[in-house]
Structures are given as C-alpha cells and as structure tokens.
Design a protein around this ligand. Sequence first.
Ligand code: S3P
Length: 449
Amino acid sequence: MSAHHFPDAAPEPLVSAPGRALEGAVRIPGDKSVSHRSIMLGALAVGKSRVSGLLEGEDVMATAAAMRAMGATVTRKGEGEWEIDGVGVGGLLEPDDVIDMGNSGTSTRLIMGLIATHPIQVTMTGDASLRKRPMGRVIDPLTDMGASVHARTGGRLPLVIKGTDMPLPIDYTTPMASAQVKSAVLLAGLNTPGITTVREKVATRDHTERMLSSMGADIRVEDGTEGRVVKLVGQPELSPIHMEVPGDISSSAFPMVAASIVPGSDVLIRNVGLNPLRTGIIFALREMGADITVENERVLGGEPVGDLRVRAARLKGVQGLSVDPSTMIDEFPVLFAAAAVAEGDSRFDGLHELRVKESDRLAAMAAGLKANGVEVEEFDDGIIIKGCGGNVPGGGTVETHLDHRIAMSFAILGQRADKPVTIDDARAIRTSFPVFIEMMKGLGAGLEA
Ligand code: S3P
C-alpha cells in the first residue's frame, strides 16, 4: 500500500553514516520499465504470459491493479513469478472505479496510451508527487489519435480519458526525449488500423519495441540522420510473453556509486540489464575515474545482461559528460552524490527533464547537497557541484518529496559523510527498490531506519 493511502501516517526517516568497506555479491531486482511493459503487454496478448524476476515494487503493482481493473487476470504465483491472462488487443474493459497510479508516471502515461484507442472511459489519479507531473506530453498525441481527455489545469491528474472507437494512426515526432511519450503513442497504435509512426531525435529506451517484436507484432526501427523512426502496424494478434526480467540498471546505480566512493570496496552486482540505451551511468562513472568491469555478458528476455564488478576508486569531477543524458536519465541524482565526493568541480547540463520527474530533481538534489555542506550552483537545466575530494561534511536533513531516487541517493552520500545524513522519509524507496536498505546493509553500508 503506498504512502499516500495513509496521508497522515508517520514518515519513516532513514539515517545514513559510514559503515565498513562494501563487499559481497548482490542480485538486483527486476527492471521497472520492463516489468511494467510485461504486465501491460501480457494483458493484451491472446493466452497466458509467464514472467519471472518481475519487480514487486509499488509502481509495478499499480500497473498490475490497473490492468486487472480493465479485465486482465494478473496473478502472483511465487516470488517474482507472475502469470497474466490477456484479453487481446481491443479487449480492455471499462473499470468501474477510479484507477490510482500511486507514484508512477510510467504506469499513468503508458496506460493512457492503451485506453486512448479502446472505447472506454477511465478516471485516473495518483499521489501528491504524480498529481504535480505534466501529462500534456501524452494528452497531445493521444488527442490527435481520437481520444478526449479532461485534466486538471496544466494537464495534471486527476484526469478523465475517453478512448475512441475510430482511432487514427499518426506520424508523431516527440518534442522531448521521452520513452514514456514514445511508448504511449505505440501502445495506442496497437489498436489502431494502419501504421503508427513515432520519430525521436535521440533514441530512448526501447523496451516496448523489443517486447512487441518478440510477441509477433510488425514493428520496425530505423536509425537515420534525423534520429530514430519506429513504425508499428496496428491490430496485431500478440502472442504471450515468456520471459525473465533482467535486473534494473537504475537500481544497480546505487550500489555502483556506493562501491566506487567507499574506500576498500569490491562488489559484484549480478544480473544487470545492459540495454545500450540504459548504460550511460557506467560510462559516466568511468569518465569520473570509476573502476567498473562487465563480466558474464548474455541475453535474457530479449535484453542484454551482465554482472558488474565495482571496486573503489578516486573519482574526479567532470565538466559535462560525453554520454547522452537520455541513456542515464534516472541516474543523475546518484551521479551528483558521486560528484560531491569527487576531487574537483563537476558541471552537468541539458537536464531540463529532471525537473519533471517524481520531484524536481535538480532542486531536490541542490537543496539536499547544500543541507549537507556541499557547495552547489543550480541553474535552469543543470547544476555545478564543488567536489569535496573525500567526505562531505554531512549533518543535514534531506527532503525527499516522495521521490525514491532522492532518498536512495542521499542514503549513498551518507556513506562518505563526516556527520550522519538524515533522509526525512524513506517510504518512497518501496516504489522501485523495496529491498534497497537490506541489500545495502548486507554489503556493509551504515543505514538506520
Ligand atoms: C521510463 C522512461 C523515463 C524514466 C522513467 C521510466 C519508461 O521517463 O525517467 O523512470 O519506463 O519508459 P521519460 O520518458 O519521462 O524520460
């Protein structure tokens, strides 16, 4: 049950202070993006899908509940083992109540895509964080396809979306690098006759495309000088999914940074999804001097996977990165924690999208770093961080604003702080990485709930 179901319930603070050198091997929980898509697409297949290694965090559970409310049978068979009985493309039913997406932007935007081309009307809401986030970016293309949406001012939740029974295929260029917008249009294209086209200037994570292709859809991806073009032929019959979800590289980023910054550490992170549109964090940390090797590379569920061995290293600041920000968009908060410990200043820019995540991550990180004695300068689309070249002063309390990645980033920073770092409320961690505290303590981190 997510925190916002008990708005008056007590926050759960977390105190982070140095433990010992991090050592050991961990298996990272399933990828959040892949887990969401496996339930949504399993729900549209004809027949029974079987998924293992599913991430059982609150966000994915919100997707499961929504797909159940629209007629699919989504059943937990064991730890990470799930079965989904699909209704077929075009078979979603109108839910008889509001659907509550909790903290999850991915659930909201992708499911809006599904609803847009089914003749059903759905009211959607979410927690205080999600109700602040812009949905206009999906409302625009979905309206072009024939859906109608009534949202709160600024395209905010709660909203009512009415799908169309006469969907039109569109040729859409995403105005910002967003896999959620791309996926919403493609999912709407599933129940649309003809060819739906999405163009993106920079390629973003392609889990939707990979999964649809493995289910037998006619989907083509082409890379050209103008970026990437994805074309989907509508109204396919989708065969069920049988897959093991790879570990989430976005979750892996936390032990990766921790092992890099805590002297003497040597950690093996098993089962990490290495989709090339997600691996930016590995390259970014290496640019800062990190010692990360990839071992045992293989393919799992249509996605590349490997084990990451991370040993402590002396990190140095960077003036910009050579990797595309969209390949590590969720990893910037923890990279900022690494920059705070590094030797010398770092500057990161081109990060306007960070302002519309679960929190305004530029503002939340700047405030939390300042509260812990780190000098920063926040600007419109980025941040300058003055590296401490070792421990940060610490001693401050961080406001997480219901953002799991802010909470976890400061839990990592506290491992290199002179005085403990306090996180005001760690409950949001359950949305994406429920075993985070236990796993980090097992490696040697000093965390007190
Ligand atoms: C996601 C896409 C990204 C990412 C989010 C998950 C996805 O969002 O930040 O955590 O699963 O498609 P944007 O599409 O808004 O960049």
